[in-house]
Design a binder for this molecule. Sequence first.
Ligand SMILES: N[C@@H](CCC(=O)N[C@@H](CS)C(=O)NCC(=O)O)C(=O)O
Length: 239
Amino acid sequence: MKKPVLIIGNKNYSSWSLRAWLLLKAFDVDFEEQFIDLLDPLAASVLQANSPTSKVPVLLQDNGDSDTIKVWDSLAIAIYTNDYLTKTDIWSGHNSFETDNETDNETKQPYPNLKTDRAYCQSIVAEMHSGFMGIRSDMPMNVIEKLCIEPTAACLNDIARIECIFAECLANRPVDSYLFGGFTVADAFFAPIVLRLQTYAQASEIELKLITKQYCQTMLRNPHIQAWQEAARQEHPKN
Ligand SMILES: N[C@@H](CCC(=O)N[C@@H](CS)C(=O)NCC(=O)O)C(=O)O
């Protein structure tokens, strides 16, 4: 079986590409990358040829008999990954067999809070996918820079909401936890926020809560996020 192919944009700029890429990496999916340079004057025609929405990411999987399954949009890629590409339940980070049975294989005990955590995870992933326009418009992803902005009220409201989500998820967890303990799709969807805070927060004197800073540190230590940042720097060799 051929490896799935993930079509992505520039690692310095494409936040939706990062979400899908990180998800596949974190859940050990063996895939190939295909790059579209979004800054190239010909990008529009290349996007049009590869994506029904003319946007990245797009996931392609060989389905035999010259048939290729095409999945566009980061949220659809997450759902497809959960259904077909990994044995981990991406909404909880646990083994799918265990979550189907709602029982920890080792202890044979029901997982505490499994349904509540999965529902929360699904809700914040959907919220990220459809919202946070203030932060998206004031703080476009730019991995390699440190930039000072005057954040609008909409952006500050979005940051406050994100800090509230982080605080609720991380309450009563060890300092170096992901949002639900182990890595879930929520961490992949909030990864671009962490990189945006790295680019803009300190340079713009935006005060963040301790728990937000701790979560950002945890994410920035993730080897896949480090590899993504390094690749973003390679796209711009002068940095
Ligand atoms: N809702 C889409 C958003 C995808 C999106 O906006 N991708 C941007 C890159 S981050 C893109 O392809 N932009 C190209 C263009 O608009 O020309 C998803 O979740 O995948």
